[in-house]
Design a protein around this ligand. Structure first.
Ligand code: SF4
Length: 329
């Protein structure tokens, strides 16, 4: 399957003229590109902008991020969710400062914590113009429609087919610009519903449009059943401090500090719960209990944190909600 040179040129020119002036597009510094790419993975562009600007004020460079305590990084991540991303970002920054320079090739970047195929390719192309295409949600939608592909993009062979097309797309042009052009067109024109085909610079080459059904692509991924977890947090207060333990049981918020209490997976929801919280593919049913004034029995994994520092220690809204529930009159 070949991609026409004229089509690629049109896309390239369109991006040069119409791209949005997003803050992470002001520089080709691999550090800032990397931070923005990680933030954008599960969060919308408009939501990321203020977080990105604040994060860079707190951690303007790699060395500052690597030498900062993890808790400070997690706190700065508050509001973006998926805290695992922040933990991996911090771990990778510490590995990166020990290297003589920021790796330029995606194969090297893949060795770092948190760098998957998308992040590695995106940083390598946007910062260093390595000729590799990226495949994210916007690019999947754009390429499936452009070539009228009914591929199972969530499995290995569908992904390889799209990767091959994306690599072809960046051939012969600065790859960082072409990758951004594909993502920008997907985000602003070739949108999931009601694509603005009349404004599309590559409409002339679009095979799904010629067949009259661009919105039917890409195929919808079959839904995964969420995993059910039941949590009965015990909130122990003592002189303005609250007890926390490290979460080693549940797959969500793994390794972070949470309130002690029973945590178990289940095939079905419990008979009662105080509230339900969703983290990625996990449905967490929380059974809140009254605040306990007596400290729990000694545990070597238990720490006491001043209440006013709880958010800093453990920024997940799951904990804030649990505390709020038991503090209700
Ligand atoms: S013509 Fe329409 S469907 Fe095709 S790439 Fe452009 S916006 Fe998407």
């Amino acid at each position: 399957m070949l991609l026409q040179q004229a089509m690629k040129q049109k896309l390239f020119n369109w991006f040069q003229q119409y791209h949005r002036p997003l803050p992470w597009r002001q520089s080709r510094n691999p550090y800032t590109i990397w931070i923005s790419e990680v933030m954008l993975q599960q969060t919308t562009t408009s939501a990321v902008i203020p977080h990105f600007e604040r994060f860079l004020k707190l951690f303007p460079d790699l060395e500052t991020l690597a030498s900062s305590p993890l808790n400070r990084v997690l706190e700065a991540w508050s509001g973006l969710g998926y805290y695992r991303r922040a933990k991996l970002l911090h771990a990778a920054s510490q590995k990166l400062v020990s290297e003589s320079q920021f790796p330029r090739a995606h194969q090297e970047l893949l060795q770092l914590p948190g760098f998957g195929p998308y992040t590695a390719r995106s940083v390598a192309s946007l910062a260093f113009d390595e000729p590799v295409g990226v495949v994210d949600g916007n690019v999947i939608r754009l390429l499936c429609r452009l070539k009228n592909l009914s591929v199972l993009w969530w499995n290995q062979s569908g992904r390889s087919q799209l990767q091959h097309l994306s690599d072809q797309m960046v051939e012969g042009h600065p790859s960082g610009v072409m990758n951004q052009a594909m993502m920008e067109l997907g985000a602003t024109i070739c949108t999931p519903s009601s694509p603005k085909c009349l404004l599309c610079p590559i409409a002339k080459w679009c095979e799904s449009r010629q067949r009259g059904k661009p919105e039917s692509l890409p195929l919808q991924r079959p839904r995964r059943q969420p995993q059910i977890w039941i949590w009965t947090p015990q909130i122990h207060l003592d002189q303005g401090r609250v007890a926390l333990i490290e979460n080693v049981t549940a797959p969500f918020l793994k390794g972070t500090w949470i309130f002690p209490g029973k945590m178990r997976s289940s095939d079905s929801p419990p008979k009662w719960w105080t509230y339900r919280h969703r983290i990625t593919n996990y449905d967490i049913y929380v059974q809140s209990q009254k605040v306990q004034s007596q400290p729990p029995s000694r545990s070597k994994n238990l720490i006491w944190v001043p209440l006013k520092e709880l958010k800093q220690q453990s920024p997940s809204s799951l904990l804030q909600k649990a505390l709020h529930q038991v503090a209700k009159p």
